[in-house]
Design a protein around this ligand. Structure first.
Ligand code: FE2
Length: 206
């Protein structure tokens, strides 16, 4: 039920190759077919166990499964957003999102200031995690940083872009240079996707 579109054994796709040189196809292939697939497999196993625990009315077991569901469910949801957040730097998607960029400039001062804050917040992250551009029902756009595989799950929050800051996302290409990873990733962000997400946001009625 949480299956990936491609099988775990898929070969690197044209899309992965087109993300080069910013992100190597080798990273994308391993990231997608090994890391994401493992979250999916573990989520499916935990979900099945949860259904059994609910059927057996075993509340202690249900509680015990929450951590695995949070971690692996987050791993699946977060990576699903990450793939959509990336597009080749020469594509229309990378150059799009004019209206959203205008709103970002309004709320953050300028797109450059937004980029600087996003970078600073990510570089300040201790350990593994993610950065997100999130839209809230009051119209606010926020940069959020989450640890491990915690997902954005506040009611009404819509994730517009997600950036994976786990070592597996960059290490074999960038080693410890997280700043260079961010600078290059910025070039392949899919602003068309972000703007489409933003257009669907629920707005609070006052
Ligand atoms: Fe990842």
């Amino acid at each position: 039920m949480h299956g990936l579109n491609q099988s775990a054994s898929m070969l690197r796709s044209k899309w992965m190759e087109a993300l080069e040189p910013q992100i190597s196809a080798q990273i994308m292939e391993i990231h997608h077919s090994k890391h994401h697939q493992t979250y999916v497999n573990n989520l499916n196993a935990a979900t099945k166990q949860l259904q059994e625990a609910v059927a057996a009315n075993d509340v202690v077991r249900q509680i015990a499964l929450q951590k695995a569901i949070n971690f692996n469910g987050g791993g699946h949801v977060n990576h699903s957003i990450f793939w959509k957040s990336l597009t080749p730097s020469s594509s229309d998607g990378a150059k799009g999102g004019a209206k959203l960029k205008e709103e970002i400039a309004k709320q953050f001062g300028s797109l450059d200031e937004f980029k600087a804050k996003l970078k600073a917040d990510l570089l300040a992250l201790q350990g593994s995690g993610w950065a997100w551009l999130v839209s809230y029902p009051d119209g606010t756009l926020k940069i959020e940083v989450t640890s491990n595989q915690d997902a954005i799950s506040a009611p009404g929050a819509v994730t517009l872009l997600g950036i994976d800051f786990w070592e597996h996302a960059y290490y074999i290409q960038y080693y410890n240079n997280k700043a260079a990873y961010f600078d290059n990733l910025w070039e392949v962000l899919n602003w068309d996707f972000a703007e489409k997400q933003w257009a669907q946001r629920p707005l609070a009625k006052y």
